[in-house]
Design a protein around this ligand. Structure first.
Ligand code: HEM
Length: 276
């Protein structure tokens, strides 16, 4: 299950890979058909009014309000306006490369937060390798200028700058620990060097180096890099806000003595509340 580390339950359930495992699907179907998944609820005296319960209305898709910056690929850095990016994935197992994104009708807004003062790359790759990948590469220099290029790679060399620049830099900055870049990119561009982002899972490649490039085409090889499959068009579910009718239960197994339980303090990122 290490592959699911740092991924929300929602993302796991919506991951195609989960449903490709016949045993997992069979087990889920069995519990639903036999209603054994409801046992927990009846034991806890929840769900008595399930037939009549109406789920409150919620928004299934939110569009962030973003301030566009006239499509230039160089701008002066500064702190970024806080927007509601609806998905988040940690790409580097050490936690150094976090990608956030929001799918919109015609394009996608992506933000990368990377533990480096050097360059940062994120790309879409047909097979998960560097060769043939459509890459967005950027950095913030010491004068606080933000650079971002739409590129492609034809081998293990510095990715070439596309003639057609189809990414729009929305902002970026660098602080003592991180470089943050935010941009948008249409799902489909007219550039043959760009990857067509479809409704399917996309192989994202990522990399970063601890040094900025000395110019557009002179940079050293990445210090860290990797690949991860991500479903970019995932629609987010925004849960209803917590109101007075939310109840909380502590669930504890009856046959386990408290002294036997080892509780480790975790930095949990997700929680779940149940309505009755
Ligand atoms: C100066 C620019 C770059 C150079 C010279 C370079 C060079 C290389 C080399 C020699 C390898 C094979 C050795 C290894 O596995 O580390 C490699 C692999 C890789 N690179 Fe790069 N790279 C550059 C930029 C990038 C960028 C910007 C990305 C991502 C956005 C990237 C993603 C990858 C990935 C995912 C791999 C492993 C998969 C594969 O072997 O194709 N690289 N790179």
């Amino acid at each position: 299950m290490a592959e699911y580390f740092n991924i929300s339950l929602y993302d796991i359930v919506h991951d195609n890979a989960t449903w490709e495992d016949e045993q997992v699907v069979a087990a889920l179907q069995y519990t639903v058909v036999n209603e054994s998944h409801l046992v927990m609820c009846s034991v806890a005296k929840l769900g008595n009014d399930m037939d009549t319960y109406e789920y409150p209305e919620f928004t299934s898709f939110v569009e962030p309000e973003v301030q566009k910056c006239d499509g230039s690929t160089v701008m002066t850095g500064g702190s970024l306006e806080v927007i509601d990016l609806v998905h988040r994935i940690v790409l580097d197992p050490s936690g150094g490369f976090v990608m956030l994104w929001t799918p919109r009708e015609d394009d996608i807004v992506i933000e990368v937060q990377v533990a480096t003062a050097g360059y940062v790359g994120v790309g879409f790759s047909p097979k998960g390798g560097m060769k043939g990948a459509d890459i967005v590469l950027g950095w913030v220099d010491d004068a606080n200028k933000v650079f971002l290029h739409d590129r492609y790679s034809d081998g293990y060399t510095v990715p070439k700058v596309d003639e057609s620049q189809d990414v729009e830099l929305l902002g970026g900055y660098q602080n003592d620990t991180h470089t943050v870049l935010r941009f948008s990119r249409p799902w489909v561009t007219c550039d043959h060097n760009d990857f067509r982002l479809s409704d399917d899972t996309v192989r994202i490649i990522w990399s970063y180096a601890n040094q900025d490039p000395s110019n557009e085409m002179t940079m050293k090889i990445h210090d860290k890099r990797g690949t991860k499959s991500v479903f970019l068009k995932e629609r987010p579910v925004i849960l209803p806000s917590i109101t007075d009718d939310i109840k909380f239960w502590d669930i504890a197994p009856s046959n386990v003595k408290r002294s036997n339980v080892f509780v480790k303090k975790l930095d949990l990122e997700h929680d779940m509340c149940l309505r009755s």
